[in-house]
Ligand binder design. Sequence first.
Ligand SMILES: Cc1ncc(COP(=O)(O)O)c(C=O)c1O
Length: 460
Amino acid sequence: MDDHGPPNSLSRRDAARVFHPYAAAARVDLDGPMVIARGEGIYIYDEDGKDYIESLAVLGAVSLGFGNKRLAAAAARQIETLSFYHTFQTKTNPPVVALAERLLAIAPPPMAKVFFTSSGSEANDTAIKLIWFYNNALGRPAKKKILSRHGAYHGVTIATASLNGLPANHRGFDLPLPGFLHADCPHHYRLGRESESEAAFAARMADELEQLILREGPETIAAMFFEPVMGAGGMIFPPADYCRRVEAILRQYDILLVDDEVICGFGRTGRMWGAETYGLRPDIVTIGKALSSGYMPIAGLMVSDALHDVVRRHVETLGVWGHGYTYSGHPVAAAVANETLAIYAETDILAHVRRIAPVLQAGIARFADHPHIADVGGVGLMASFELVSDKRTRKPFDAGLAVGPHLRANALRHGLIVRAIGDRIGFTPPLVIDEAGIAEMFRRFARALADTTDWLSQSR
Ligand SMILES: Cc1ncc(COP(=O)(O)O)c(C=O)c1O
């Protein structure tokens, strides 16, 4: 018998009718979904009023925390002024113009244009179409294959799920599509050879990428999609020098670099862009999530002048760039994004992140002595580690034990939302978190960890 409330509870009504993303339907039926009723600052509250710290800022989106009154007012003002209009053909609206200007003013390398979407998946999907269009315009119809990496996450449309290097996005969906290639994941802890230094590992990864390109034929490869820090694949931080080496190879073979900043953008890594933290000069930058602090579904891509110019000339011969979403440049979403970027600038969010990041990193580092915690690391307000059975041999836990999900469930009981990707645990708290918030987050986490360690010792 399940225990998720009386027949008319929200949880039961949901389980009966809502088709949940990323869920095991049977699990939803059994446990009933957790009803999140409201949020304030770094806290969310369930329908019984119990509080939880959102240590991943709702999938990395809610950078300014919950209940920001300025963002609410910006949305309300825009709904009253112009609730919706499209930006097809020659239509535009004031918030979208202002947002494009703001974004281009802070783009990592200079960019020429911004295309708006509602989600990161649509942004990356648009980038793939744009790149194919670009190579057709240049008369290189064979240069279409797209590279990404095992462990990558770029979305869930048919094409972006093909970019992903995660089996769950492929199994049962007849994916990946042909022409999507996956290089190795730069995870030194798991894939480094015995006594291989990070630098040697980075060089080997770059070398293997080059071999893959040469095997396939550089004339057939159009672009590589690249998250500066791999998020959904386990929050994996690239070894020093890896990004620079990869970019050099891409340049050598005339392969475009698409920098997916959907997670890393807007200060998460301590600079405005992951590309700045890791020294990348992309041709296309995709953005989302923290663009509106998650308050409105808005995302997009910024495109270099060189690329846009080729596309523009090809459009002239074809008559139209036959791509666009009803909600590309939605004025309400754009108004909220403008206000979000204004708050980042006025509050100097980057300075705050740089000041508070060492507190997060020191907090997580304190768990490095734990007998089952390894590969502790991070950058800016991103930090992760791996739960392992044996630290000396790096032996993972038996997957059937589901140690990570167990820890996540214990954290929930102690009022903490944490991310468990298998046995990798990650923290990406709202950017506005302060010292007290971080201390409380790790207090709650320590309790969940203690429960998990007890359970582990009992189950042995
Ligand atoms: C790096 C990255 N790119 C793209 C996406 C897809 O964004 P969305 O879920 O808004 O479609 C995500 C989502 O988590 C992401 O982490």
